[in-house]
Design a protein around this ligand. Structure first.
Ligand code: SAH
Length: 361
């Protein structure tokens, strides 16, 4: 028999606390304001998770902190490494919920694909997370805790780290914790190396536009017209393409920056050269680059959903380039461990299959 789950630790977790609340929490223990700054620096710049190791603090304060607070990071429950070096991680949260993150090394760079929610309510037809349905929002500590579980700040982090919120969930439906987490992560990771990908939540895009510092924005567009986008992404009925394009047009960009438009390619559905033409006319005048994502097949998707041939993908890419757009093709990584885009479901779940029939194009 396995051990009964231990009751959750009642002490507050300081990992997701910005400086101002940290000052308020520490004030009763030590009135000097620079103490909170010292704790913050130890956590977010040097990666220290043990109060006892914060030796710049007086011993009594270290002990008082350890009695009252914790610094907790999601637990790595499983780790699956693919031959190409991509590692998919199953992370267990304090309440037993699980999320996935993917660690993608690439020469001197390393990209972490992170989750913003445990599950997703948007039910995009091609997405395995959506297939399994809604979960809950992650807290700021859980969002940034994924980075800590994989590659915490400090001397051991030697590659250039990029973060992309393209794992489980819709980041712009969990904006306040996301913002707190990004602001804390910005202590060691520049904003321009963090990207938030959205299924197209217009009020979320506009909220992001008002932040003093912003991550890169990526939009999952996937179809050149509302008729087809409605079929792929129910959220399009709330925020149709014209509204999305208008939101992208008013999104502030630093010089030389571009918004990424992600476009899933499904054979025979949206991969015709005429679709590339239609996509180009919708995006005309926007500062965007297009990232083409050949569909990653999965047992929960209908059998008629097929990945286009490499030739079809390349022809689509060339057509967009002829229209003057930068277009890249997302390389498939982590196939062998089902870590590819849209395949994050939290391990162990087997396809139920009954939705297959409702999923036909
Ligand atoms: N909710 C956000 C972020 C999570 S999805 C969003 O929609 O952007 C991250 C990316 O993976 C999106 O572009 C999504 O469309 C893509 N994706 C989902 N399922 C996929 C699949 N089966 N094959 C390829 N890409 C997929």
């Amino acid at each position: 028999m396995s051990a009964p789950p231990s009751p959750p630790d009642p002490r507050p977790n300081l990992l997701g606390e910005p400086l101002a609340p940290l000052e308020a929490l520490l004030a009763p223990l030590d009135p000097r304001r620079f103490r909170a700054r010292q704790v913050w620096e130890a956590i977010h710049r040097r990666g220290v998770l043990d109060f006892a190791a914060m030796t710049e603090l007086p011993l009594a304060l270290r002990q008082a902190l350890a009695e009252r607070f914790i610094l907790a990071v999601p637990e790595v429950a499983e780790r699956h490494r693919s031959a190409d070096g991509t590692t998919k991680l199953l992370l267990r949260l304090a309440d037993g919920a699980s999320i996935e993150a993917v660690d993608i090394p690439d020469r001197d760079r390393r990209t972490l694909c992170l989750s913003s929610q445990a599950g997703c309510a948007l039910a995009c037809r091609f997405c395995v997370t959506g297939f399994w349905g809604a979960g809950r929002d992650l807290s700021a500590a859980e969002i940034l805790g994924q980075v800590w579980a994989i590659c915490p700040p400090g001397p051991a982090r030697d590659e250039r780290l990029n973060l992309v919120f393209m794992g489980m969930g819709e980041p712009l439906l969990n904006l306040a914790p996301l913002r707190t987490a990004l602001e804390l992560l910005a202590a060691t990771i520049p904003w321009r190396r963090m990207t938030v990908s959205t299924a197209g939540i217009v009020p979320g895009i506009d909220a992001l536009a008002g932040w003093p510092q912003r991550p890169n924005l990526a939009l999952s567009l996937h179809a050149p017209d509302d008729a087809r986008r409605d079929r792929l992404m129910p959220v399009n009925r709330t925020y149709p393409i014209a509204d999305l394009v208008a939101a992208l047009r008013r999104f502030p960009l630093e010089p030389r920056r571009r918004i990424t438009v992600e476009y899933l390619l499904i054979a025979g559905f949206n991969d015709a050269l005429s679709d590339a033409d239609a996509l180009a006319s919708r995006l005309r005048g926007l500062k965007v680059k297009v990232n083409l994502i050949p569909l990653n097949p999965d047992p929960v998707l209908p059998a008629e959903w097929v990945t286009p041939t490499a030739e079809a993908v390349e022809a689509f890419q060339r057509r967009l380039m002829r229209h003057g757009f930068t277009a890249t093709v997302r390389r498939r990584r982590g196939d062998a461990v089902s870590a590819a885009c849209g395949q994050l479901r939290a391990f162990g779940r087997e396809p139920r299959g009954f939705r297959r029939s409702q999923l036909s194009l």
